[in-house]
Design a protein around this ligand. Sequence first.
Ligand SMILES: NC(=O)c1ccc[n+]([C@@H]2O[C@H](COP(=O)([O-])OP(=O)(O)OC[C@H]3O[C@@H](n4cnc5c(N)ncnc54)[C@H](O)[C@@H]3O)[C@@H](O)[C@H]2O)c1
Length: 328
Amino acid sequence: MSVLVTGGAGYIGSATVELLLAKGENVVVLDNLSRGHRDAVSDGVPFYKGELRDQELVARIAREHAVDACVHFAAFAYVGESVTEPLRYFENNSAQGVAFLEALVQSGVKRIVFSSTCATYGEPRAMPMTEDHPQHPANPYGWTKFFMERILESCDRAYGLKFVALRYFNAAGAAGRCGEDHEPETHLIPNVLGAAGGRMPHVEVYGNDYATPDGTAVRDYIHISDLGSAHILALDYLAAGNPSDFFNLGTGRGHSVLEVIEAARRVTGKEIKIEFRPRRPGDPSHLVAGAAKAHAVLGWKPAFDSIDEIVRTAWQWQLNHPKGYAAA
Ligand SMILES: NC(=O)c1ccc[n+]([C@@H]2O[C@H](COP(=O)([O-])OP(=O)(O)OC[C@H]3O[C@@H](n4cnc5c(N)ncnc54)[C@H](O)[C@@H]3O)[C@@H](O)[C@H]2O)c1
């Protein structure tokens, strides 16, 4: 298979590229490096620095690499930033997404795996959240992904573009050369480890008055290798001629912020100072995946089932990359 990976220089995309290479697929990466790192992509992988909206470039890549399928990670992915800069998010994730899909369809590419998110559900009404949970996003980021899901459904009906939309919960951990290096960093685990490693004086915990056992928010942390393996299964599912569908990707188990910090203390052996802050708007108390559908239909089973092991991979990566990719 020849697979175009957009956002392949990003956190989850780069880990998926490594798995595709290990499986022997031909991979080509398109990324504008706005949030990704050239060093996250192995030498030898054809790499195009460019924008999703550059239809000439997308058509050229599809033609020159005889692209059969696409894994579409490229997007902005910070909830808070999407609240303060919604138009930038709608432009990048949805408007550029449409231009990109148009170029793919015109190039004859018929299969796509799309990075969606649990943020398309909005405020949880039932836990764990299954794929039929109502979707009403609580922030512009979630809406950009919700719109892309609807656009993909329309493209399937109109052009026969078959898709799998994977709704990830909280991506975490590191895999080989690939780790989390964002600026700014809004995700819990790299920030906790930043405090453990002395890069930050403390970790900020947003909200300790949620209706959870310890008052902090509960999330479902899924290792990036497990996310990557689900993309490969989704590509195989589409290649076998199966219909378009939506799948949650999570472990089905939640951990509170304080539990993650405890795990990081165990793994690193470091003291980690905490400062409590008010809740962030739009942050629900619990987000835990019902992932039975991905197990049953795709045959997916996450290999990492311990938060300590997930944190350990991230800590190891941070020790090997104290300045992130900048020092690579
Ligand atoms: N990290 C998570 O916990 C999480 C959870 C749910 C969904 N997702 C989704 O998964 C995908 C990957 O997330 P990530 O954490 O790896 O993010 P990331 O920011 O590390 O990776 C995204 C990549 O896309 C590139 N990019 C962004 N806009 C682009 C554009 N217009 N043209 C070309 N390249 C562009 C960036 O440079 C970056 O390398 C995103 O679509 C995100 O919304 C992530």
